[in-house]
Design a protein around this ligand. Structure first.
Ligand code: G3H
Ligand code: 13P
Ligand code: ZN
Length: 311
């Protein structure tokens, strides 16, 4: 099976009350850990590449790694550009074999967001590629953009219908209280997603796939493992998984997770070096890191996304 778009995946997810995981990839071990988990659980999958990942690993290497995963697993896999910030970047990914792109013009005015998203949609649809857009602003860090909690803003449900109609986008990322990175909330806060906003959006866009970014839960066992092995990450707090599970049963069809994989990988490598200070063969520490990613993705597929057995 070649790489697929998210169209059929999202239709099935919407009707089935589950979401598909979109996991960020940067190297071979990450691609292998994620795709081995999805293959064991027969889950549909979105692998996403940020601008930074593309600069780090190179477009061709990433495409070939993902194509290898398709051959090895036989799964429906979509290859998606995460947080595209310009028409040129989206075009380059469309021309270079991606099946889905995000144009993130959420920091621009409503009219500018519509104009840029529309431009990307026209080019993408002419080439059989689907487009994710964003309305509302998440807090946190993505690529080189850092949005403070004060500057973030929830999506206004009254805007979504006009935005989707005028842009022709295929899915919409909304801001309902998730945020990027490992430091999402101040310690001691009780994070609550605005599922009421999601419900309002769903009413105005029946059957339309919604996306949640910034959906890592920052498992405290891994933060502890990092801190116990020479790291320093006090106050790393994420989104409660049961709230994401509820969103996945509603209109949310795609949930983005990156930080949790980074934490699992880094915690495992830190512990490994603490226990084996004399080792220096990268395979020795990358193999358990890959397994940690695989276990994390299996947990997300079963307990958060609910997409096991849905490939
Ligand atoms: O939302 C951003 C993703 O976590 C990708 O992060 O830009 O550091 O690759 P990155
Ligand atoms: P996290 O930082 O919560 O993993 O979010 C990742 C993301 O939204 C990628 O686009
Ligand atoms: Zn994101």
């Amino acid at each position: 099976m070649p790489l697929v778009t998210t169209k059929e995946m999202f239709e099935k997810a919407y009707n089935g009350g589950y979401a598909v995981g979109a996991f960020n990839v940067n190297n071979m071990e990450i691609v292998q850990g994620i795709t081995e988990a999805a293959a064991e659980l027969n889950a549909p999958l979105i692998l996403q590449v940020s601008k930074g990942a593309r600069a780090y690993a190179n477009h061709t290497y990433l495409i070939k790694l993902v194509e290898a995963a398709v051959i090895e697993t036989g799964l429906p896999i979509a290859l998606h550009l995460d947080h595209g910030n310009s028409f040129e970047l989206c075009k380059s990914c469309i021309d270079g074999g991606f099946t889905s792109v995000m144009i993130d013009a959420s920091s621009k005015s409503f009219e500018e967001n519509i104009a840029l998203t529309r431009q990307v949609v026209e080019y993408a649809h002419d080439h059989g590629v689907v487009v994710e857009a964003e309305l509302g602003t998440l807090a946190g860090i993505e690529d080189e953009v850092n949005v403070s909690a004060e500057d973030s803003s929830y999506t206004r449900p009254e805007d979504v219908q006009e935005f989707v109609e005028r842009t022709g986008c295929d899915s919409l990322a909304i801001a309902i209280g998730t945020s990027h990175g490992a430091y999402k909330f101040k310690p001691g806060t009780d994070p609550k997603l605005r599922l009421d906003i999601l419900e309002e959006v769903q009413k105005r866009l029946p059957g339309f796939p919604i996306v949640l970014h910034g959906s890592s839960s920052v498992p405290q066992e891994f933060v502890k493992m990092i801190n116990e092995n020479g790291g320093n990450m006090p106050g790393a707090i994420g989104i409660p998984e049961e709230q994401l599970r509820m969103a996945a049963k509603m209109a949310v069809c795609k949930i983005n997770i990156d930080s949790d994989l980074r934490l699992a990988m880094t915690a495992t490598i830190r512990k490994y070096f603490n226990e084996h200070p004399d080792h220096f063969d990268p395979r020795q520490y990358l193999a358990p890191a890959r397994t940690a990613i695989k276990e994390m993705v299996k947990h997300k597929i079963v307990d958060v996304l609910g997409c096991d057995g849905k490939a």
